[in-house]
Design a protein around this ligand. Structure first.
Ligand SMILES: [Zn+2]
Length: 66
């Protein structure tokens, strides 16, 4: 069970969501077809932010250095 959970989390990309009301920005790892959660602060509607840049993989050690 633990191993399966780890694989599940690793395979899950995270996205940035922003509340349309209080502008709170959160990062959540949810399946693409998952129902969009509500804002934890005001229970408002969260809107996914589509990032053009893979912000989670910047820094040394990743592909690109030869
Ligand atoms: Zn909110």
């Amino acid at each position: 069970m633990v191993g399966a959970l780890i694989v599940y989390k690793l395979a899950m990309p995270s996205y940035d969501y922003k509340c349309e009301f209080c502008q709170t920005q959160v990062e959540l790892a949810l399946p693409v077809d998952h129902e969009v959660p509500e804002c934890a602060g005001c229970m408002g509607k969260l809107k996914r932010l589509w990032s053009a840049v893979p912000i989670h993989f910047k820094g040394d050690g990743w592909a690109g250095k030869s």
